[in-house]
Write a protein that binds this ligand. Structure first.
Ligand code: COS
Length: 379
């Protein structure tokens, strides 16, 4: 049964992630946001202490833990910097299809070397013309003997240019929509891959986001995950699982915004008293806490279900939608509590607000989550 209390090991992992965030991420978060340069040294440090590849089985070099533990880590790292965290979560997004569908040979060939060193993966689904309508992708995988010839452009790919492995959703024929999907494992240095320009994003700027262009890339058939045509289900299953992590990111951002607002409200004086003494501020802070606690429980339930092998599409959509919308509200209210100062880069809350916005957009917009939820209700 779902038990929302942490074991000693889970508490220790959360403490480790919290210390790593305080010591390594918080000091550089503002600068990484300003420059938009990817802080690669953090991948090396996180890899060394086991804070990435958390859900990869131990025999292949990962942490051998569940999505639940991954969510504990993700909340902490996101509280330090959502951009850096999104790079780590996207790597999990790229590796989860292997956890679900790779053969032992594929795990040996792709997962083991990737996890042995500080390295990241990326998940290539979105295209210029295919965002919410994932089944409408046009990146083509044409069969040529023992190879697929891959052609197409993937857009808004987090970790493009820094990832070592691309997990690519392609179609045998766009007319087949979801029935034509294949998921291919493509090394980032394969001939025929090039990168578009770095996106100049509003938030989560530390993460590298670019186009990945495939031109006549030859991919061996044995690099395909699962059956031909079964790729859409694999993509959906992956998104269902990882939406818990994205929701955990939202909890982290929201918590950081609330903690900043609480501290500021106690320090800032107006009308001869700390603004925390005003009920208008107190109610805002209380609403933040309510939403954060509820979001975290939803995250933990969705992640726990994934770890039990249960379908969690409904629960993870609820967690992602509620946590992302809450994070946006909380970060906006934090800026409001800071007033004019909140609107400047002197304080971190404007960054939280910019970072939170993307949580309502990627890995399925809040509208797509509502669509998934209502389909479960109506079917
Ligand atoms: N798990 C397993 N299978 C699923 C599934 C899920 N969560 N959701 C759908 N499927 C299956 C369906 O059962 C159906 O299979 P059959 O043809 O065998 O019946 C098939 O997939 C097609 O499903 P559906 O008709 O519902 O597909 P739609 O084209 O209507 O799209 C949504 C479904 C909107 C849910 C999908 O396009 C989506 O998730 N979009 C958002 C994509 C996204 O998150 N992008 C972010 C990029 S990654 S950062």
């Amino acid at each position: 049964m779902f038990n929302p209390s942490l074991s000693n090991e889970q508490n220790a992992l959360r403490d480790l992630a919290r210390r790593f965030t305080q010591n390594e991420i918080v000091p550089i978060a503002a600068e990484a946001d300003r420059s938009g340069e990817y802080p690669w040294e953090l991948v090396e440090k996180a890899h060394a202490i086991g804070l990435i590849n958390v859900t990869v089985p131990e025999e292949y070099g990962g942490g051998g833990l569940g999505h639940f533990e991954d969510c504990l880590v993700v909340e902490e790292i996101a509280a330090g910097c959502a951009g850096i965290c999104s790079s780590f979560v996207t790597s999990s997004l790229g590796l989860t299809p292997l956890n679900i569908a790779a053969t032992p040979e594929q795990m040996e060939r792709f997962m083991k070397p990737l996890c042995a060193e500080p390295a990241l993966a990326a998940f290539c689904l979105t295209e210029p013309g295919a965002g919410s309508d994932a089944a409408s992708i046009r990146t083509r995988a044409r069969r040529d003997g023992d190879f697929y010839i891959l052609n197409g452009t993937k857009r808004f790919i987090t970790n493009a240019g820094v990832a070592r492995l691309y997990t690519v959703a392609a179609t045998l024929d766009p007319k087949l929509r979801h029935r034509g999907f294949v998921v291919l494992l493509v090394p980032a240095d394969a001939a025929g891959i090039s990168l578009g320009k770095e996106e100049d994003k509003m938030g989560q700027r530390a993460a590298s986001t670019r186009e990945v262009i495939f031109e006549d890339v030859r991919v061996p058939v044995e690099s395909r995950l699962g059956r031909e045509g079964a790729g859409f289900r694999l993509v959906m299953d992956t998104l269902d699982k990882l939406r818990a992590e994205v929701a955990a990111m939202a909890v982290g951002v929201a918590r950081a915004a609330m903690e900043a607002a609480v501290k500021y409200a106690k320090e800032r004086e107006q009308f001869g008293q700390p603004i925390a003494s005003f009920q208008g501020i107190q109610f805002k802070l209380a609403d933040m806490a309510i939403k954060i606690e509820a979001s975290r429980l939803l995250v933990w339930r969705a992640a726990w279900m994934a770890d039990q092998g249960l379908r969690n599409g409904y629960e993870s959509a609820i967690a992602k939608c509620f946590a992302a919308d809450s994070a946006m509200q909380i970060a906006t209210d934090a800026v409001q509590i800071f007033g004019g100062y909140g609107y400047t880069k002197e304080y971190p809350v404007e960054k939280y607000m910019r970072d939170a916005k993307l949580l309502q957009i990627y890995e399925g917009t809040s509208e797509i989550q509502r669509l998934v939820i209502s389909r479960w209700l109506l079917k």
